[in-house]
Design a protein around this ligand. Structure first.
Ligand SMILES: NC(=O)c1ccc[n+]([C@@H]2O[C@H](COP(=O)([O-])OP(=O)(O)OC[C@H]3O[C@@H](n4cnc5c(N)ncnc54)[C@H](OP(=O)(O)O)[C@@H]3O)[C@@H](O)[C@H]2O)c1
Length: 381
C-alpha cells in the first residue's frame, strides 16, 4: 500500500523510522513512497518533494498520512486527499478538532476513511479502544490526563514544591513544552482532545470553542499545600459525560483523592478512562507524545486501513453541550474572595470552597469576576 507522508518532523520521521525498518511482514507492505517537506534543507531522502501535487495527484498513493501540524494548509491537503479518493490518517488534533465534521462527511462521500488515533493520547490506543467498546455498548463517560506537558509541570510542583515558572522552564529544557506553551498550559490542547474523544465516544461533534476550559497558568505552590493537607492530588482533566438529551464536556484542573489511580500518574504520562455498562471503568496509561510512541499510533492506523478495517464513520448525533447538570464543589483561589460570597461554603484567606454548583454556574462566576490570576479546580472527593 503506497503512502504519501505530509511533514517529516518529530512524528513524520518516526513514521518512516518504523515503516523503513520494521521486519513484520504486514508492516513491510506499508510503503511510504513520497514525503512532503517545506524547504530544501529537509530534502534528505529521495522520496522527499516540496510539491504536494506529487502526492495528491499520484493515483498510486492510496493513503495520505498528515503529520505537518497547524490548521492550514493541513486541512486543505486532507480535504483534497479525501476528494481524490485517498484514505487519510492524521496526528493533528488542532486541525481535526476544528474540521472533523467536514472531513468525515468528505470521507463518507468518497467511500474512504479518516483515522486519527495519534491525535489524542499519542501512543496510547485510546481512540481504537473507544471504537471497540462502542461496537458493543455506548461509552457513557470519559475523563483523564490528556496532556503530558502540564502533567509534568504539576507533578514536579507537587513533588518538589517548586514554582510554576521554574517547572515550566524545566519542561521546556527537557523538550516537553513548546517555546510558546499557551496551548498546553491554558488547556487548549486538552480541549481539542476532549472534542475528539466526544466524537469517538459519543458520536457527537462539538466545536472546541463550546467547551469551557481552565488551565494551570495560575497554579501556585500554595494550591499543593492545600491539596496535601486534605489528602488530595491536583491533575488537569478533560472530561465528557453523556446523558439522554445532552453531554457535559469541560477541561479543568481537578483535586482528586491521593488514593485515586490518576494521582499515581506522574511526569509526562497520560492516563485516560472510559466508562460503559458492561466493561465498567477502564483506564489506559502511557506516553501521550514523543516521536516513536506517536508514530506507532500513526502506523497502527495505516495497518488498519491496509487490513481493510476502515474506521466506521458514525452518523453524528445532534446532542447539545450542557454543563448545567452535575453539581460539584470547586476550590477557587482568588484576589476577590468577596465576589464569590453567594456560592461559598467556606473561606480561608483567599481560598474559597464553594457549595455544590454546576460547571456552567462556576464558569459564569469566574468570567464575571475577571480575576486573571485566579486558580480554580473541581474538588472530586
Ligand atoms: N510531537 C509529538 O509528540 C506529537 C504527539 C501527538 C500529536 N502530535 C501532532 O502531530 C503533528 C506534527 O507534530 P510534530 O511534533 O511532528 O511537528 P514538527 O516536528 O514541527 O513537524 C512538522 C513538520 O511538517 C513540516 N511542515 C509544516 N508545514 C508544512 C508544509 N506546508 N509543507 C511541508 N511541510 C510542512 C514542518 O516543517 P518546518 O519545521 O519547516 O515548519 C515540520 O518539519 C502536530 O499536529 C502535533 O500536534 C505531535
Amino acid at each position: 500500500m503506497k503512502i504519501g507522508l505530509l511533514g517529516h518532523g518529530v512524528v513524520g520521521s518516526g513514521v518512516t523510522k518504523i515503516t523503513d525498518s520494521c521486519k513484520v511482514k504486514k508492516v513491510r507492505r506499508l510503503e511510504v513512497t513520497r514525503i512532503l517537506v517545506k524547504d530544501e534543507s529537509e530534502m534528505t531522502d529521495q522520496r522527499c518533494t516540496m510539491d504536494v501535487e506529487d502526492i495528491l495527484s499520484d493515483p498510486e498513493i492510496e493513503v495520505v498520512a498528515e503529520c505537518m501540524g497547524g490548521v492550514e494548509p493541513a486541512h486543505t491537503f486532507c480535504a483534497r486527499a479525501l476528494e481524490a479518493g485517498k484514505h487519510v490518517v492524521t496526528s493533528n488534533k488542532k486541525m481535526f478538532a476544528e474540521y472533523a465534521r467536514e472531513l468525515l462527511e468528505l470521507a463518507k462521500e468518497n467511500s474512504v476513511s479518516v483515522r486519527y488515533e495519534a491525535s489524542c493520547g499519542g501512543g496510547i490506543p485510546w481512540m481504537s479502544n473507544l471504537e471497540r467498546i462502542g461496537r458493543l455498548e455506548q461509552v457513557n463517560g470519559f475523563r483523564g490526563i490528556f496532556n503530558g506537558t502540564t502533567n509534568y509541570i504539576i507533578s514536579r510542583m507537587e513533588e518538589t514544591g517548586a514554582g510554576f515558572e521554574e517547572s515550566l522552564a524545566q519542561a521546556q529544557s527537557l523538550g516537553y513544552a513548546e517555546r510558546d506553551p499557551s496551548d498546553d498550559i491554558d488547556g487548549f490542547d486538552v480541549r481539542y482532545k476532549t472534542t475528539l474523544s466526544a466524537l469517538k465516544a459519543f458520536s457527537i461533534y462539538v466545536k472546541p470553542s463550546e467547551i469551557p476550559v481552565y488551565g494551570i497558568r495560575g497554579i501556585r505552590p500554595e494550591d499543593f499545600v492545600y491539596a496535601k493537607k486534605n489528602h488530595l492530588a491536583i491533575r488537569l482533566f478533560g472530561t465528557g459525560q453523556l446523558y439522554s438529551d445532552c453531554a457535559e464536556l469541560w477541561v479543568m484542573p481537578v483535586m482528586i483523592t491521593d488514593m485515586d489511580v490518576f494521582a499515581d500518574v506522574r511526569s509526562n504520562f497520560n492516563a485516560l478512562e472510559s466508562s460503559s455498562a458492561t466493561l465498567g471503568r477502564a483506564v489506559f496509561i502511557g506516553q501521550g507524545a514523543g516521536s516513536l510512541p506517536t508514530a506507532h499510533a500513526v502506523v497502527q492506523d495505516l495497518l488498519d486501513i491496509y487490513q481493510g478495517q476502515d474506521s466506521l464513520i458514525p452518523e453524528l448525533r445532534r446532542i447539545p453541550v450542557n454543563n448545567d447538570v452535575t453539581p460539584m464543589r470547586f476550590y477557587i483561589r482568588t484576589e476577590k474572595p468577596e465576589f464569590f460570597a453567594g456560592i461559598s461554603e467556606s473561606v480561608e484567606g483567599n481560598v474559597i470552597l464553594t457549595k455544590e454548583i454546576t460547571v456552567a454556574k462556576m464558569d459564569d462566576m469566574m468570567k464575571a469576576c475577571g480575576d486573571e490570576s485566579a486558580f480554580a479546580a473541581v474538588v472530586m472527593k
